[in-house]
Design a protein around this ligand. Structure first.
Ligand code: ZN
Length: 153
């Protein structure tokens, strides 16, 4: 494994162990659930969208290290972005994990750590799950404010 791949691996493991933005989101006005039956990954993404901007995003769920780290890095990447910006990022991320990003994800910030996923096709769904769920939450439109529940630690 190259130094770069080791670095990427350590970022993924760090986000798996200490996921950012993990937990229930008080006052969420968008939410969706995603499942990847192939691997058993499950994720719940909750957003607070104001106007066109994702002001807050959190997730809960469980799954493999890739799915959890991807959800963690997704929330960090889209917080404060507009919906259009988030959709562009998703398209770029999807191309990256399929090995189709022209620049190899070099300008995608920490999301670049998932570039090696393209060599493991079965892992593409793990890495994309949180992003598909984000898109579903945005596409579903506003929901009633979700009462804060603590079903998962
Ligand atoms: Zn998985």
């Amino acid at each position: 494994m190259s130094d770069l791949q080791e670095l990427y691996q350590s970022v993924i493991l760090d986000h798996n162990r200490k996921p950012r933005n993990f937990g229930a989101l008080d006052g969420a006005n968008r939410a969706a659930d995603g499942k990847n039956p192939l691997c058993g990954d499950e994720v719940h993404v909750a957003l607070h969208v104001e106007g066109d901007t994702i002001t807050e995003v959190k997730f809960t769920g469980h799954g493999c290290a890739i799915s959890k780290a991807s959800a963690s890095l997704m929330t960090a990447a889209v917080k404060g972005k507009t919906r259009a910006e988030a959709e562009v990022l998703f398209a770029r991320f999807h191309a990256l994990v399929l090995g189709q990003d022209a620049g190899g994800g070099k300008d995608l910030g920490q999301l670049v750590v998932f570039s090696s996923v393209s060599r493991f096709p079965v892992r593409v769904k793990c890495a994309s799950l949180a992003w598909h769920t984000l898109k579903a939450a945005l596409d579903d439109g506003p929901i009633d404010v979700v009462p804060s529940v603590s079903t998962e630690a």
